[in-house]
Design a protein around this ligand. Structure first.
Ligand code: MCN
Ligand code: CUN
Length: 788
């Protein structure tokens, strides 16, 4: 099944490969990012950061800095404390220092801020500030954090240990029984390391407080401007910032990937500085600050077990995880889900019994936990189950594709209720895997592998048949800080039949200006080229929860369709009035109402729009517009099957990806070109942590990968050529049958790569390798296992 194209290219509704409307300004170098904005009288902020992972601050001496020409102010935690602004809440309801008053908790933590007339002066003044520290014993290893004699980090919260929360789901006893009765049990430790998103644009803001109006405007690199506005009003209401006086503007964003969901101390300090000084204050992180201090991703220590019958029917899954959250839980999960949607870890398989528990701990590392195209921890879940299925296949001596087919949730089982409580809306897992196998020539590859193995060569084939879960709400289960997770569209049709549509989401590169316009074109027949899309300004956009967890299409995309349908209903009334027939006598085709049986009697949507302002029916309100707040009935469950083929060089341990086939299914596709772009980018962001990326700390909590010399990013040179294809299984509850897709490839890809490498090395007894699979790691294994 493919997405049906119902509109001509002149209208460019769903299914058209429309070129991105936003790209013109980017290609002309006319994007408007936060750092492009320069306000009159603007001051610049730079931040003093801690060299220690854990230390007491004995003194801060700013005298030399303050004496420098152009330095306007130095702000410390003690200054903010006077206004009770030295702490702020995190999105997970924990607390985080804005600036410390006595202790620093991770290397690169904010210690003080300098405000100056020039960015260079601010940077020089940062160097001139003398901070005296008394180093304290750091807690770096999360397992060490749980030991009874470990230093307690969050004494400010009255804690007596470093444990943050315990979360569990599933039936512990029934799972235990299934394990006792199983023919075969496999168990594997899996570490999914800390990684960093490295978007091209770092984080930053301009806080512009206008004392005459009492109004604060913040231009900010945020994926969720409305939530920031409400949170600011809640924490700074006591200093006179009430919500109608706060305007958050998220202009063009140079990549978010989850790293621009949290509220960083820098934003709050800049706002405080602007309010105190009555001038605009700009703060833009540099690359090292972004890498060393911003929200990380993953850092899950997983112990996973599968129980199965000897012929390969999986009967139970059990997972225990330790989550390292750094010094505060600043993950951006929905409130009820401290471990995000990790409980999707039964994956694409019909597993009767499952039990999952996650414990979170504090360590002396930067806070965070949700970023990097993760779909709220689905990446971790997929990695665990897709690895485990291969571990089991290896133990049973069964082909991993065969084992998957044997355990897939079958197409006729949807809607499918998983053992961990999710109701999968739709899927066809066997079809996607079959298609990927056909495209790559699976059987032929296995034959080639057997021949080459006989010659001692290392070739591996890895599969990942993942299930995603994206599109939060529904609001009965999903909220952030109590704010329900719906999303919105406000649509206005102008008299000449052109439109403006505003949304509560915020594109960071995903192409919303194009795809939302295409949705409205699909529903109203107004050419997508004539639909202006706006996001990111809280003074004009309807309230929404923002863009992350691939939720925009499932929520705001649905809202666009629903708002357009409301407009169409009013348009139908106007059409009936203009054509002097009853509404029932009208037929709709994209852009035109026709009289049934008299097809030459018709009015176009443009004529109707004009009439809405010039000649509307008596008794009807003028205008043609609608607002819709869409609260999805369920999440959407995109999925895919990826197959990776690797060749390993025995001499160097270098893994070369020979082929990578990705079959994705995100239901109906709005713009195939954009979806392919999302998948190409997502695959590269799956390849990166699988092969290269990791944030590493030493025992003192010093970051060892604090620059791109050590934190390795793939470039076009390292990145393999992606072969993509799709199946289309529409979501039954989404108005367009669409599912989210923005993170699928990042979620699904790493396991396929690891499975391929392990498959290559399996004849030598290798059952698992933790990512990143660096040449050195492979080289060591080759030597340990006596392969060379
Ligand atoms: N789309 C489509 N048909 C579908 C599904 C999606 O045409 N069936 C289109 C959408 O209209 C949209 C794009 O694909 O233009 C992604 O849509 P969606 O899956 O709804 O995801 P979001 O728009 O909510 O984007 C968020 C997602 C996340 S969470 C991360 S992280 C990520 C990602 O998108 N960050 C990105 N992709 C990114 N791409 C870029 N360029 N930059 C980022 O920061
Ligand atoms: Cu988890 S990264 Mo995206 O949800 O913004």
């Amino acid at each position: 099944m493919e997405t049906e194209v119902r509109t001509p290219p002149t209208i460019c509704g769903m299914g058209h490969r429309m070129k991105r409307k936003e790209d013109a300004r980017f290609l002309f170098g006319k994007g408007r990012y936060v750092d492009d904005i320069k306000l009159p009288g603007m001051l610049y902020m730079d931040i003093v950061r801690s060299p220690f992972a854990h230390a007491r601050i004995k003194s801060i001496n700013a005298e030399r800095a303050l004496a420098m020409d152009g330095v306007v102010a130095v702000i410390t935690g003690k200054d903010l404390e006077k206004y009770n602004l030295h702490w702020m809440p995190t999105l997970m309801g924990d607390t985080q220092m804005v600036l410390p008053t006595d202790r620093v908790m991770y290397q690169a933590q904010e210690v003080a801020a300098v405000i100056a007339t020039d960015r260079y002066i601010a940077a020089d003044a940062v160097e001139a500030i003398e901070v005296e520290y008394e180093p304290l014993e750091p807690v770096v290893d999360p397992f060490r954090a749980l030991e009874p004699d470990a230093p307690v980090l969050r004494t400010d919260k009255g804690k007596t240990d470093n444990h943050i929360w315990h979360w569990e789901v599933g039936d512990r006893e029934a799972t235990e029984r299934a394990f006792q009765e199983a023919d075969v049990v496999v168990k594997q430790q899996i570490y999914i390391p800390r990684i960093h998103v490295a978007s091209i644009e770092t984080c930053g803001c301009i806080a512009d407080y206008n004392p005459a109006e009492g109004k604060l405007t913040v231009y900010m690199t945020t994926q969720a401007p409305h939530v920031v506005r409400t949170a600011l009003a809640l924490v700074a209401g006591h200093v006179g910032l009430s919500e109608e006086k706060i305007r958050v503007i998220s202009p063009d964003i140079g990549g978010g990937f989850g790293g621009k969901v949290p509220t960083y101390p820098g934003y709050v300090i800049a706002i405080a500085a602007s309010v105190l000084l009555g001038k605009p204050v700009k703060w833009i992180e540099d690359r090292s600050e972004n890498l060393q201090a911003d929200s990380f991703a993953r850092d899950y220590h997983i112990t996973a077990e599968l129980a199965a019958t000897k012929d390969g029917k999986i009967t139970a899954l059990r997972i225990k995880t330790l989550a390292d959250h750094g010094y505060t839980d600043a993950a951006a999960n929905p409130s009820k889900f401290p471990a995000g949607l990790f409980s999707i870890c039964t994956g694409s398989y019909d597993i009767k019994h499952a039990f999952v528990e996650v414990d979170a701990v504090y360590t002396n590392k930067p806070p965070g936990g949700v970023a990097y195209r993760c779909s709220f921890r689905v990446t971790e879940a997929v990695h665990a189950i897709e690895r485990m299925v291969d571990v089991l296949a290896q133990k049973l001596g069964m082909d991993p594709a065969e084992l998957r087919f044997r355990n897939f949730v079958q197409p006729d089982q949807f809607p499918y209720k998983s053992a961990l409580g999710w109701e999968y809306d739709s899927g066809n897992y066997p079809a996607a895997l079959r298609k990927a196998m056909d495209l790559i020539g699976y059987e032929e590859l296995r034959r080639e592998q057997a021949e080459r193995r006989a010659r001692g060569e290392l070739i591996g084939i890895g599969i990942s048949s993942f299930t995603e879960i994206v599109g939060a709400g529904p609001s009965r289960h999903f909220d952030i800080l109590g704010i329900k997770m719906f999303d919105s569209c406000e649509l206005r049709i102008h008299p000449t039949g052109k439109a403006i549509a505003r949304f509560g989401t915020k594109s960071q590169g995903q192409g919303h200006e194009t795809t939302y316009a295409q949705i409205i074109a699909e529903e109203l027949g107004i050419p997508a080229a004539h639909v202006q899309v706006e996001e990111g300004d809280t003074d004009t956009a309807p309230y929404g929860l923002g863009t992350y967890a691939s939720r925009s299409t499932p929520t705001a995309g649905a809202a666009a369709a629903m708002a357009a349908r409301k407009v169409r209903e009013k348009a139908r009334k106007i059409a009936a009035y203009l054509l002097e027939v009853s509404e029932e006598d009208l037929e709709w085709e994209p852009g035109v109402f026709r009289v049934k049986g008299a097809p030459d009697k018709s009015v176009t949507i443009q004529e109707i729009a004009f009439a809405a302002y010039t000649n509307h029916p008596p008794g009807m309100e003028a205008g043609l517009e609608a607002v819709h707040y869409y609260d999805p009935p369920n999440l959407t469950f995109p999925f895919g099957s990826y197959i990776c083929v690797v060749d390993i060089d025995k001499g160097t341990g270098q893994v070369k990806i020979r082929r990578f086939v990705a079959v994705d299914d995100c239901g109906h596709v709005i713009n195939p070109m954009i979806v392919e772009g999302q998948i190409h980018g997502g695959l590269t962001m799956g390849f990166a942590p699988a092969m290269m990326e990791e944030l590493v700390y030493d025992e003192e909590g010093n970051i060892l990968t604090g620059s791109f010399m050590d934190y390795l990013l793939p470039t076009a040179v390292e990145t393999p050529r992606w072969e993509t294809a799709r199946t289309v299984t529409p979501s039954p509850h989404h108005p367009l049958g669409a599912k989210g897709v923005g993170e699928s490839a990042t979620v699904g890809a790493p396991a396929a790569i690891v499975n391929a490498v392990v498959d290559a090395l399996s004849p030598y007894g290798v059952t698992h390798i933790d990512i990143p699979i660096t040449p050195y790691k492979v080289w060591k294994i080759l030597h340990e296992k006596g392969v060379v």
